[in-house]
Design a protein around this ligand. Structure first.
Ligand SMILES: Nc1nc2c(c(=O)[nH]1)N(C=O)[C@@H](CNc1ccc(C(=O)N[C@@H](CCC(=O)O)C(=O)O)cc1)CN2
Ligand SMILES: Nc1nc2c(ncn2[C@@H]2O[C@H](COP(=O)(O)OP(=O)(O)OP(=O)(O)O)[C@@H](O)[C@H]2O)c(=O)[nH]1
Ligand SMILES: [K+]
Ligand SMILES: [Mg+2]
Length: 432
């Protein structure tokens, strides 16, 4: 692949919009822009300046659209190259023609993520930041957006680099001890340093699940006996009357899904049919379905009516189940500290339930760190090597430490194999 040739792409999403943006980056971008532009000559614009004019077809002189042209000059641009943006009306007909004239004048349609790839190659960002660009575009919930922006701004990269540096300093120290045993090099505190680095790696890994849930969302299943108050609780969590509620047991016959954002996590709450022993074949199907939904859910709310005698518990994945006692506004038939009391009628206990859901999904850490699957793998490898180093005498731990440092370097993309980098950018859309 030619790494500097001029590339162009529509940067705005497909469809009609107020404004559409076409970006052009690489060697000769300003010259190509000048040929398709009627207005102030882009070659004479300083970086960061714009002009109002027309995009034209140079073959015919025909105007394609009235537009704004914005110039960034290398190295001060997103890609680090000369870069021109055409901000046109957001019409698919306009954007297509702008692309056509740019290609006719010698630019090439960009591949997926190629602008960001160039930014990476030109040192504008590291691989963790490039992955954050993608995660930010893909973010659907507030938490995913916050995690991605922090990573984009380099929070993760700085943390990783600090760990890498500690390992490299330690390695240098070990080497000095080996090379000059009689020179009075300070004795090592290798174990303490390694344990501290390991603790940081563990702290990051503890946030992997939160990062995955923030990005992919989570399923929350409400399971319990008929009339336990599942549908009422769903409505109370949603804040509107999504599910039918009635005093008749068996009101919910089949499951029902509703999107719900809690603490910035995009959740799908699933209300299900009441679970009990039954002869009715249709009801039996509903029960089986409910138990299957519980099995697949990230978190289950086991809903029990506290004003009635406690039913026998159904088979649920208890390790990821929260126990909820509903109808706390009514006189209780039993007490059990394992159950969170709530009333869908008065709203009592709802905030505590939401807090418990947050903690069950994200852990106490809170989950502000973006970690991609690729990064989690690298951290796991680093952890393994650090643990190995701890099991070795100081004069033999060098290799394991080196490998741990290399695993950490994978996160920020130093020493990453070309195919791995290519795979990261394959996930991007064209135009980013
Ligand atoms: N019109 C437009 N809006 C956009 C982008 C864009 O490319 N174009 N972005 C695209 O993602 C995001 C903003 N990110 C950007 C990051 C760096 C540079 C940039 O030109 N950086 C140069 C110059 C900095 C300066 O002049 O202060 C540099 O880092 O050297 C531009 C946009 C979101 N909004
Ligand atoms: N007092 C009081 N009544 C409630 C509360 N939650 C639910 N109910 C009542 O309990 C009855 C059953 O509520 P639903 O939400 O339909 O119960 P469900 O578990 O979805 O029932 P099925 O779908 O039939 O399995 C209705 O009459 C509700 O008004 C509560 O917190 N307090
Ligand atoms: K009911
Ligand atoms: Mg119901």
């Amino acid at each position: 692949m030619n790494l500097k040739d001029p590339i162009c792409a529509i940067a705005t999403p497909p469809g009609k919009g107020a404004i559409g943006v076409v970006r052009l980056s690489g060697e000769g971008a300003l010259e190509i822009a000048a040929r398709v532009w009627r207005g102030k000559d882009p070659r004479r614009l300083k970086g960061g300046r714009f002009a109002l004019g027309e995009v034209v077809d140079p073959k015919t002189g025909e105007a394609i659209d009235q537009a704004i042209l914005l110039v960034f000059r290398a190295p001060r641009s997103y890609t680090g190259e000369d870069l021109v943006e055409f901000q046109t009306h957001g019409s698919p007909a306009v954007l297509r023609r702008v692309m056509e004239v740019l290609v006719a004048e010698g630019a090439r349609p960009a591949g997926r993520g190629e602008f960001t790839f160039r930014a990476y190659l030109n040192g504008k960002m590291d691989l963790a930041q490039a992955e954050a660009v993608l995660a930010l575009i893909e973010a659907e919930g507030e938490l995913a957006r916050r995690q991605a922006l922090r990573a984009l701004e380099g929070a993760l990269s700085r943390r990783i680099e600090a760990l890498e540096n500690r390992l490299l300093n330690l390695l240098a120290h070990i080497q000095a001890l080996l090379d000059y045993p009689e020179e009075g090099v300070e004795p090592l505190e290798a174990e303490r340093t390694i344990r501290e680095v390991l603790a940081e790696v563990e702290a990051l890994l503890a946030q992997a699940k939160a990062s995955r849930l923030a990005q992919k969302g989570a399923r929350l299943a409400l399971i319990g006996a008929p009339n336990a108050g599942k549908s009422s609780l769903l409505n109370a969590l949603l804040g509107y009357e999504r599910a039918l509620v009635s005093p008749i047991p068996g009101t919910t016959r089949d499951y029902l899904e509703a999107p719900l954002e809690l603490f910035g996590i995009p959740l799908v709450a699933v209300d299900t049919a009441g679970v009990r022993e039954t002869e009715d074949p249709v009801e039996r199907m509903g029960v089986e379905r409910a138990l299957g939904i519980a099995e697949e859910a990230d978190l289950v709310l086991y809903v029990v009516d506290r004003s009635q005698p406690k039913p026998a518990p159904p088979p649920l994945p208890w390790a990821r189940t929260l126990k909820v006692a509903t109808k706390s506004d009514l006189p209780p038939a039993w007490e059990d500290p394992e159950f969170l009391p709530v009333s869908s009628l008065t709203g009592e206990g709802l905030d505590r339930l939401k807090e418990a859901v947050r903690e069950a999904l994200l852990g106490r850490e809170g989950g502000e760190v973006l970690l991609t699957e690729r990064q989690v793998e690298a951290l796991l490898r680093a952890r393994e090597r650090l643990e190995e180093a701890l099991s070795l005498p100081e004069d033999l731990m060098g290799l394991a430490l080196e490998e741990a440092a290399r695993a950490l370097a994978l996160l920020t993309g130093k020493e990453v194999a070309e195919e791995v980098v290519a795979r990261v950018f394959q996930n991007f859309c064209v135009g980013k």
